[in-house]
Design a protein. Structure first.
Length: 212
C-alpha cells in the first residue's frame, strides 16, 4: 500500500469542549475509508480531567468543580486546559506503515527534537509514555486504535495553570511534577509553538509539510 504524504491540518482558534471533540474524532474514524486523507487537529480545551482506560479510583480528585470525562484512550488520568496545545493524530497506521509503538515513539521523538531546538534537554521514561525535563513531565500521550486508525494523541504544556494537576496522580503517578514551556523559561505563545512544532511533527510522521 502506498504511503500517503499529504495531510490536512485543522487548527481551531477557540477553546473546544472535550467531549464534543472526542465524539467528533470517533465519528471521523468510523466513517473514514482507505482514501480518507489523514488529519491532525490542533486545539486547546476548556478545563477538563480525562480518564484513560487504565485509570484507577485512587488517581482521581476527591473534590473538583472541573468536569471529569471517562474516555476510550489508553493511559491514566490527565488534565487539559487553556495554555496546553493538543495534537490529535487521525492517522491510517497501515497506510503509513506504522505500528502503535512506532507512532508513540515518533510522537515522543518529535517533542524531544522540538525542545532541543529551544535549547532544552528532554527525555523519555521507560514504561511511562510522555516527555520529561529533569523528571518533570511536559508532554503526555494517549491513543486509541480502531480499524488500524488512530485518534486522540499528544498534549504539550505551553503556558497554563498547572495547579489542577496537583489534586490528581497525573498519568497514574503520585507526586509526579508537571512543567510547561513557560516554567522552563521559554517565552513562546500558543501560535508560535504550533508554527514551530508542526513541521517537525509532520516530517517525522512521514508527511509533506510543503502546504503548511
Amino acid at each position: 500500500m502506498t504511503i500517503q504524504t499529504n495531510i490536512k491540518i485543522v487548527q481551531y482558534p477557540d477553546l473546544m469542549r472535550y467531549e464534543e471533540t472526542w465524539r467528533a474524532m470517533q465519528t471521523f474514524t468510523e466513517q473514514r475509508t482507505s482514501e480518507t486523507v489523514d488529519q491532525i487537529w490542533v486545539l486547546q480545551h476548556f478545563p477538563v480531567y480525562t480518564l484513560g482506560l487504565a485509570t484507577k479510583p485512587e488517581h482521581l480528585p476527591e473534590k473538583t468543580t472541573i468536569p471529569v470525562v471517562q474516555t476510550d484512550r489508553g493511559g491514566q488520568i490527565t488534565y487539559h486546559g487553556e495554555g496546553q496545545l493538543i495534537f490529535y493524530i487521525l492517522m491510517d497506521l497501515s497506510r503509513q506503515g506504522f505500528m502503535v509503538k512506532t507512532l508513540v515513539s515518533t510522537l515522543e521523538k518529535s517533542v524531544i527534537l522540538f525542545l532541543e531546538q529551544l535549547g532544552i534537554f528532554a527525555e523519555r521514561k521507560s514504561k511511562a509514555p510522555g516527555i520529561y525535563i529533569k523528571g518533570k513531565k511536559i508532554a503526555s500521550l494517549g491513543l486509541k486504535i480502531k480499524k488500524n486508525c488512530s485518534y486522540h494523541g499528544l498534549s504539550l504544556n505551553v503556558d497554563m495553570d498547572l495547579s489542577p494537576f496537583n489534586v490528581i496522580n497525573p498519568c497514574g503517578y503520585a507526586d509526579l511534577e508537571m512543567t510547561s514551556l513557560k516554567k522552563e523559561g521559554i517565552k513562546l505563545n500558543i501560535k508560535e509553538v504550533s508554527q514551530q512544532f508542526i513541521p517537525i511533527l509532520l516530517e517525522h510522521l512521514g508527511y509533506s509539510n510543503e502546504k503548511y
